[in-house]
Design a protein around this ligand. Structure first.
Ligand code: TXA
Ligand code: MG
Length: 337
């Protein structure tokens, strides 16, 4: 299949909207990561997403809207707390899980009784939805590899597998949206992202953090969000997370360093390490870390590394999202110093 390269100009987005209406697949920019979009109400079109990504069919998709009013047809209930979050954080990097309406095809919800809804803030995504329909869209990477935050990442993974790619520049946030379920008694954070746990709690009071956000699922434990059970964001290199203060981190790396290894670290580590370094910014600048993380993981593969040591991020603010992605990239392989 020849993949059409489109700009985010109005005419090109109209072209993309026609592809969507005809049941095709379009990669679109969002403020978090690029998404691979299809008509959310066309089960057959949605099935093509799973095929293009090599995604397991039991992992449900997020439905993207471009106006809050669209949510009512897609869900059975839109509770008060969801309304508060929508008013406060939409459009933006927040996905809400709600009881689904009969309109949602099984392919989207993977047989669950709920549906994930998000209203992205990227203007190209909003225009595409407004010109077509609500869009089912997972991240536009091959299943298992780091999410794409640049149009080149999307081309690397999806060229020849989908109908079109809209170039909307680099993604702002750099990690996927925050996922919160409002279909349970107490709202529960299932995936940390650009809207932080602290912001959610301030807006609606009690919110729990699902255990699988920072720990592996126990064997036999059912995932609250099917995406939790798959190995994610993993580059080909082995990633090892090192948890310790600066001095012991430097000492550990310099003692163990060997050929084919590099370090994913912070600006303050530079100059202290005997291995090539990929810095994701200052250790307390969580936004920049989120913005650079997936490019750093993809770079590790381009260089052909066999092992990457990652300096453990702090779990505050968007730092929790960075931690959540890195421990998955590391397959929960953590060395505590
Ligand atoms: O920022 C984002 O959310 C990006 C952009 C493209 O919008 N999308 C994204 O989609 O990250 P995806 O499919 O890569 O991740 C969606 C996550 C998965 O872990 C999935 O299991 C979970 O949301 N999810 C979707 N529907 C769900 C549901 N009904 N219940 C529980 N988890 C759900
Ligand atoms: Mg994904």
């Amino acid at each position: 299949m020849k993949t059409l390269q489109l700009s985010s100009g109005k005419d090109d987005i109209r072209k993309a909207a026609r592809i969507i209406k005809n049941g095709g697949l379009v990669a679109m920019p969002t403020e978090t990561v690029y998404g691979l979009a299809a008509d959310a109400l066309n089960g057959e079109a949605v099935r093509k997403i799973f095929k293009a990504k090599g995604r397991p069919m039991d992992n449900p998709l997020i439905v993207h809207i471009s106006d809050i009013s669209q949510v009512y047809a897609l869900v059975r209930e839109f509770p008060e707390k969801a309304k508060i979050l929508a008013r406060k954080f939409w459009p933006g990097p927040l996905t809400m899980i709600l009881p689904k309406s009969a309109l949602i095809p099984d392919e989207v919800s993977a047989g669950l009784d709920t549906v994930a809804i998000r209203f992205p803030s990227h203007p190209a995504a909003q225009t595409l939805i407004a010109e077509s329909c609500p869009l089912a869209a997972p991240s536009a990477n091959l299943s298992g590899s780091p999410s794409p935050t640049t149009v080149q990442h999307v081309r690397d993974d999806m060229d020849g597998r989908i109908d079109a790619i809209i170039d909307g520049g680099d993604c702002d946030v750099g990690v996927e949206s925050t996922v919160i379920t409002l279909a349970s008694n107490i709202p529960e954070l299932l995936r940390p992202g650009g809207i932080t746990f602290e912001q959610l709690r301030e807006a609606i009071g009690e919110v729990i953090i699902n255990g699988a956000v920072i720990k592996p699922l126990k064997s036999g434990e059912k995932a609250a969000s099917p995406g939790m059970k798959y190995k994610h964001y993993s580059p080909k290199a082995e990633v090892v997370l090192i948890d310790g203060d600066n001095e012991s981190f430097w000492e550990y790396i310099n003692r163990n360093a060997s050929q084919g290894e590099a370090v994913l670290c912070y600006d303050g580590d530079l100059g202290h390490l005997r291995l090539p370094c990929i810095s994701v910014g200052k250790s307390d600048d969580y936004e920049t870390q989120a913005h650079r993380l997936f490019t750093a993981l993809r770079n590790a593969d381009e260089i052909g590394l066999k092992r990457v040591y990652a300096h453990c991020p702090e779990k505050k603010g968007i730092g929790l999202a960075v931690y959540n992605r890195i421990i998955r990239a590391a397959g929960f392989n953590i060395i505590k110093l």
